[in-house]
Design a binder for this molecule. Structure first.
Ligand SMILES: [Fe+2]
Length: 397
């Protein structure tokens, strides 16, 4: 499968990244310099009262810029939420949309931007290859992303992951026009993120980087970013979870998030996500949690084909490896170490959340997932059935 043709890639990242401690205080000036006078802020109502968030609001109004707030964001945002926001705010002519929050807020900001600027039914713009009827154009409102979590990488991605609640299916919008214009990444803002969410978001990063690294389309560009991102997650995620005010760990995780997303984009990966997204769409569980439970199963499935890559990962996360050991042994250690990390973070297997999983439907969604050809070994619907049975089995982990 791996050949020279697979290594060709295109990458275009439009987003200006402003990264650093206290960069939140630059947001008002960024908007002002672009001559924006009225902005829509798309935010989760659970974080709206936090000190750092209010500092952002004050910073924006301090520059004389008006804003309206849409706070209907929830995990796994839906097309209904986009329609709700449009109904409330269509009458305003916003200059741009700020997504403040985790991936859900930023993804929803992107979806709202499409709906406010494109004619007709929003479902026509959904990016499923066979169903997308209309293309997203450059008419979208500019998006400014202010992530409050290190995880989804939505701040530097051209994707908006949205649930089609009619089918309980994760789908969304994909277009180069959906890259945020600016991403303001201030790790100080991340220090208030609760431990459980920090852990889940961190496992989303690990899955992006892992999926990129094992992808049949990976290349030296994506490999470099992926391996660095994996290394940073193993080094910093536990301290970000259990010592949330640790600015060094928060900063490293915020950086790992960007690297992981660009890696999966450039390396055209997605193995773990063929399981995590159906799980999230059907059972409304956080995406990072779904990644955390999907990752070990996918690693076991890929072990025989990817032991050389797993060995590379292990050598990078555990510098005291035994150089005499074969790749196969190091690869098994890599899986063990990944499971250990997930367990140490307190991620439980999903049978507590989902008592009666519909493995038939999950496997159907997985085999139809747009990233299924990015799994680096042939995979069938029956393989997915086995993977889900393993995930929901009592001996998982
Ligand atoms: Fe993800």
């Amino acid at each position: 499968m791996k050949n020279i043709e697979n290594r060709s890639f295109e990458i275009y990242i439009k987003t200006k990244i402003i990264f650093g401690v206290d960069s939140r205080f630059r947001i008002g000036r960024i908007l002002k310099n672009k001559n924006y006078q009225k902005v829509l802020i798309c935010i989760d109502k659970n974080i709206i009262k936090l000190k750092y968030i209010n500092e952002i609001f004050d910073n924006i109004s301090g520059e004389g810029i008006e804003y309206e707030i849409y706070d209907g964001v929830e995990i796994n945002p839906t097309i209904m939420m986009i329609m709700d926001a449009c109904q409330k705010f269509r009458k305003y002519n916003f200059d741009c949309i700020l997504g403040i929050g985790g991936g859900s807020s930023i993804d929803l900001a992107k979806g709202i931007s499409v709906a406010l600027t494109h004619e007709g039914n929003i479902y026509n713009y959904v990016s499923e290859i066979e169903n997308q009827k209309k293309l997203i154009t450059d008419a979208v409102k500019p998006i400014i992303a202010v992530p409050t979590a290190a995880g989804s990488g939505a701040e530097v991605s051209p994707v908006s992951v949205i649930v089609d609640q009619r089918r309980k299916l994760k789908t969304g919008f994909f277009s180069e026009y959906l890259f945020p214009l600016v991403a303001v990444i201030d790790p100080v803002v991340h220090t208030t993120l609760p431990p459980k969410t920090t852990a889940e978001c961190g496992l989303d990063i690990l899955s992006h980087a892992f999926d990129a690294f094992v992808s049949p389309y990976s290349n030296s560009f994506s490999d470099a970013l992926a391996i660095k991102s994996i290394e940073m997650v193993f080094k910093n995620l536990k301290s970000a979870v259990f010592d949330g005010k640790n600015l060094e760990s928060r900063s490293e995780m915020a950086m790992a998030s960007i690297l992981g997303l660009i890696a999966i984009y450039a390396g055209k990966g997605g193995s773990t996500h063929t399981i995590a997204e159906p799980l999230g769409g059907l059972y409304n569980i956080p995406h990072g949690y779904a990644c955390g439970v999907a990752l070990p199963a996918m690693m076991e499935f890929l072990l025989s084909d990817c032991s050389d890559k797993f060995a590379v990962i292990y050598r990078n996360i555990n510098k005291s490896f035994n150089p005499e050991e074969e790749d196969e042994d190091l690869a098994k250690r890599c899986i063990k170490e990944t499971k250990r990390l997930i367990l140490d973070l307190g991620i439980d297997p999903p049978w507590k959340e989902i008592s009666n999983p519909d493995i038939g439907l999950l496997s159907k969604y997985s085999i139809k997932h747009m990233a299924v050809d990015r799994v680096p070994r042939e995979i069938t619907r029956q393989d997915y059935v086995k993977l889900y049975e393993e995930i929901f089995g009592k001996s998982y982990f």
